[in-house]
Write a protein that binds this ligand. Structure first.
Ligand code: ANZ
Length: 957
């Protein structure tokens, strides 16, 4: 293994730490760990039960957001979090914990399906190949995972339970009084016994099966409904709001997206809005993420108010957070899709209708129809954009403001969304910016009802903008029956809410921004729904014995593409084309019958909603997870009121969707008694991003970053100057660096150290391949401090270390130990480097009592070299399960501390003194100090107050 050192023209030492040696060491230890099961975490029972002494330790369940096995493989940015959790997990193992750390794959998803559409390759084939590739890349990094617990969400053994959970959710309802989910059978029993009246006028026993199913659908936590969804005929699928661009087209493919009513599965996550909000308080998550969840859930306290409309006793119910401004409501707006619109539209425009209100249309019906078509082409985001000009049209109808008795015109406008509140608002243009803009455009009256705190006066027609404030008094708010004048906003709200409630025309209410979760996709590569429909179209869930329901083979993986501009088409799913699979005869307990299978698949998010639980008990074929095992790893304990994973590391981009969905599933499983933890992830940590330099040529195209040369701070590619900027790492920007390259050049331990040393874990940082060598040199010096490079043997003595070395060692143990426990890996490395440099400088052979703790210090960061050195130091057991060294406090305290000497309370000198100095000695030193002598200027001394070792105060005579 000797190489030639060209500089010296002499062979270098045969046992020097080189990339080749690192590769050899690393491969050997990786094989050893796999064969030995070094990272196997014992369960308290079941097939993965193990050493009771280890089980008795405090547990630590450490988890990464698992990867999607992409065809591109990993670049060095991907493993940042995986290395960090690995270092942390190793440190926790060395500090007395039973550590569960493993990694699976989130393997359903669109890229494999698109590849299948293009090439005809089964998504499973390409996904599995990608997983093999990624596993090899990850293995090369030396991650200490319990591989017995790994799985992919596409494994039928896994998705059997995803389907089973769906069945549990389908078969339960939310009991708002008990504030928990309960089996739907208990609701049926209540309907049957008459304890609860079903929302129909007929008795439960008189309803047909289909009618009962319809009623129950209004309660189930998973239910099918004809909801307005983003339908993209060009792609042949519905899309989530996040997948639609601001101008109402599909992010992928740029096809038009329409709002269409399609029968889709939904999850009633809104039932849990309060608990999802309240339980955030008990979680150890970054505040920014908690805030995003709070905003996403969007709890608003306000009121519902009825405005009478027409002569039939109908009312438009609005949701408002400012019921105090009711006297200022001078018009109303319904969402264009609001169901009341058609019934209130009169045949002709009322006498004297303002021309601007009609949009130039001959009849209200025509105006409404035209405007609806216009609004349907816009996304919700676009509709809500504040800056946009307000559009809308008069319906021809008037409603009655319940406090002022005024007739107010009713408009439809797209700035009111169907999906929020009641889909209708009372508009208070004087005090709401959007209403103000609309009122200006349509020349509608404004009435100031909240006294402005500036000098604009109370005539709103002269204002430039709305006056929106909670901190003011009500004015112009006296009617025949009630007056709010002079009250503050809070009191006025309370008073008007009571008044409305007494009359039965309103009530205080809480509204949430959160919507139910659209849960079906017209795709192939996802979990099939465990649902079949009988001849009456009633949905039935499959019993556990029929799970997993595996994906059928199909000829064509693509959803059918329709005329991209035609909203009136409906999706044809890939699964629906396999008639043999779709039409089945099953015995669901009442004899063999014909059924049709649901042909949508579950969304991408389903598999990641509960994977933490499967890690615990991955081979259980009887249960989702054994309760005792779940309780052991996830159960609530001190400081973790809802239980959960001890550390979950991943990107901040998953603030809402995944993290909210997983919380929701946890709560349902908790309510139904399947788990003891009501929260999946107790502590959440967001790692930063590894960024990379992008180099662009004069045309702005990225050039291969690896081939750019730097000269005098300028950058050149093939001789031409290029511009450097910071961007994402990836193939398209031609700046991806793979972990494989870095491992080949330096070894995995160097890569691990470099990634951890780059900066605080939660901060983004630019990758710099040239800087990696710094960590390589650290490992070379570490090696040389312990191993004789000629013989390859460890050379240590039994001598006692000197005082300075003891101090350096114990400070490093203390400092790095604290840092590792708190995930400050960069500073831990700095402290270890400092110790190693001290030892290098001191020279000579290391005492064993220094070499061993040194190896243990680096063991979590650079596990391969640590194993090798540990073995060379004569140990037969793995370094992985050694105890982290304990610092001796006597050597940790600073050698000197700074003592302040004051004369009459003013600082005159600072002394560097040993921390253990006595009062007498310190007084002597202080009085002898030159600066003190000079400052006293020969004056006598009345008193000396000594507080060793920090302070001496001298009072002159
Ligand atoms: C009258 C009013 C007066 C309002 C005022 C605000 C200020 P948050 O806090 O986000 O819940 N609103 C209600 N439903 C809506 C819908 N479907 N589409 C668009 N806007 C809607 O917002 C609640 C406020 O947003 C409600 O209170 C309502 O306008 C509007 F000085 O009512 B407010």
């Amino acid at each position: 293994m000797s190489e030639t050192n060209p500089a010296a023209a002499e062979p270098v030492a045969p046992h020097r730490y080189t990339a080749a040696m690192a590769a050899d060491i690393e491969a050997r230890w990786q094989d050893f760990w796999d064969a030995d099961g070094t990272y196997a975490a014992p369960n308290p029972s079941g097939d993965l039960a193990g050493d009771p002494a280890v089980v008795a330790r405090p547990k630590k369940f450490i988890m990464d957001m698992f990867p999607y096995p992409s065809g591109a493989g990993l670049h060095v940015g991907h493993p940042l979090g995986y290395i960090a959790t690995d270092v942390f997990a190793r440190h926790q193992r060395m500090t007395g914990h039973n550590v569960l750390h493993t990694l699976g794959f989130d393997a359903f998803g669109l890229p494999a399906e698109q590849y299948a559409v293009q090439t005809g390759t089964h998504p499973r084939t390409s996904t599995e190949a990608n997983m093999e590739n990624m596993k090899a890349q990850l293995r090369r990094l030396g991650l200490g995972h319990d591989k017995r617990r790994s799985f992919a969400t596409i494994d039928p053994d896994y998705y059997k339970w995803t389907q089973w959970i769906f069945v549990q959710i389908f078969n339960s309802w939310y009991d708002a009084e008990a504030k928990k989910a309960r089996p739907i059978s208990e609701l049926v029993a209540q309907f049957e016994s008459g304890e609860r009246q079903a929302p129909t006028t007929r008795a439960w026993s008189e309803l047909s099966a289909a009618e009962r199913a319809e009623v129950l659908g209004g309660y189930r936590l998973a239910y099918a409904s004809d909801a307005p969804v983003n339908w993209c005929p060009g792609l042949g699928t519905v899309l989530a709001n996040e997948e639609v661009t601001a101008d109402g087209r599909s992010e992928r493919g740029n096809f038009p997206v329409f709002k269409a009513k399609l029968r889709q599965w939904n999850m009633r996550i809104t039932a849990y809005a309060d608990r999802l909000l309240d339980d955030l308080d008990g979680l150890d998550w970054p505040e920014a993420i908690k805030l995003q969840q709070r905003n996403w859930i969007g709890r608003s306290e306000g009121a519902r108010v009825d405005f009478a409309v027409g002569s039939e006793g109908d009312a438009i119910t609005v949701f408002t957070t400012r019921q105090d401004t009711l006297f200022g409501a001078t018009y109303m707006v319904l969402a264009p899709e609001h169901e009341l619109v058609d019934s209130i539209v009169p045949a002709a425009w009322p006498e004297g209708t303002h021309e601007v209100w009609t949009g130039g249309h001959a009849t209200p019906a025509e105006a409404v129809a035209k405007y609806r078509a216009f609004a349907a082409s816009k996304s919700d985001v676009e509709r809500q954009a504040d800056a946009k000009e307000k559009t809308g049209v008069f319906t021809g109808a008037y409603a009655v403001n319940p406090v002022s008795g005024d007739q107010v015109p009713v408009f439809i406008a797209d700035y009111v969304l169907m999906g929020y509140g009641t889909g209708a608002i009372m508009a208070v243009p004087a005090h709401d910016t959007r209403d103000f803009a609309f009122a200006r455009a349509f020349e509608l009256p404004m009435r100031c009802v909240v006294e402005p705190s500036d000098d604009r006066g109370t005539d709103a027609s002269t204002w430039d903008d709305a006056f929106a404030s909670y901190d003011a008094k009500l004015v112009n708010s006296a009617g025949a029956e009630i007056s709010l004048d002079g009250l503050g906003v809070v009191e006025a709200k309370a008073k008007i809410t009571d008044w409305l409630a007494e009359r039965g025309i309103g009530e205080g209410t809480v509204n949430f921004r959160l919507r139910d979760w659209l849960f079906s996709r017209q795709r192939y590569w996802g979990e099939p729904f465990p649902i079949v429909y009988d001849q009456d179209g009633v949905a039935h869930s499959l019993p556990e014995s029929m799970l997993p329901l595996e994906l059928p083979e199909v000829e064509d993986y693509s959803p059918r593409t329709f005329d991209p501009d035609d909203a009136d088409t409906s999706p044809e799913t890939p699964l629906s084309r396999n008639e043999d699979w779709v039409n089945v005869t099953l015995d669901l307990g009442d004899g063999p019958k014909q059924y049709r299978r649901e042909t949508n698949t579950m969304p991408n998010w389903a598999g990641s909603c509960w994977y933490e639980l499967r890690y615990l008990d991955p081979h259980n074929s009887e249960k989702l997870v054994d309760p005792a095992i779940e309780q052991y790893w996830m159960g609530p304990r001190e400081g973790q009121p809802h239980g959960g994973v001890d550390l979950y590391v991943g990107g901040a981009e998953h603030a809402v969707l995944h993290l909210l969905y997983a919380r929701f599933w946890s709560k349902v499983l908790f309510d139904l008694g399947h788990v003891s933890s009501a929260e999946p992830f107790h502590k959440l940590y967001n790692q930063g991003m590894i960024q990379a330099y992008v180099y662009r040529d004069s045309r702005g195209f990225p050039v291969a970053a690896a081939e750019v040369e730097e000269r005098d701070g300028k950058f050149f590619f093939e001789g031409e100057p290029v511009k450097r900027e910071l961007g994402k790492m990836g193939k398209s920007l031609k700046n991806a660096v793979t972990p494989d390259e870095i491992c080949a050049e330096y070894g995995a331990d160097t890569l691990r150290l470099y990634e951890m040393a780059m900066g605080p874990l939660d901060v983004s940082r630019p990758w710099d391949t040239r800087a990696v060598v710094g960590q390589y040199r650290l490992l070379q010096r570490l090696w040389r401090n312990i191993v004789d490079e000629t013989t390859g043997e460890a050379t240590v003595t039994d001598a006692e270390p000197d005082e300075a070395t003891l101090r350096a060692l114990h400070k490093a143990i203390d400092g790095a130990g604290g840092d590792l426990a708190e995930m400050r890996f960069n500073t831990a490395i700095a402290k270890i480097t400092e110790l190693n440099n001290h030892l290098t400088k001191a020279g000579g052979t290391l005492p064993r009592s220094v070499a061993e703790p040194l190896v243990l210090l680096v063991a979590s960061l650079a596990p391969h070299i640590a194993e090798e050195l540990w073995r060379k130091l004569g140990h037969q057991d793995s370094v992985v399960h050694q105890d982290f060294p304990v610092a001796d406090p006597a050597y940790v305290v600073d050698e000197t501390v700074t003592c302040v000497v004051q004369i009459k309370g003013k600082v005159k000198a600072r002394l560097e003194i040993p921390p253990t100095i006595s009062d007498e000695e310190l007084e002597k030193l202080a009085l002898a100090d030159e600066a003190v002598v000079a400052a006293l200027g020969g004056a006598g001394i009345r008193k000396v107050i000594v507080r060793a070792p920090k302070l001496v105060n001298i009072v002159p005579a």
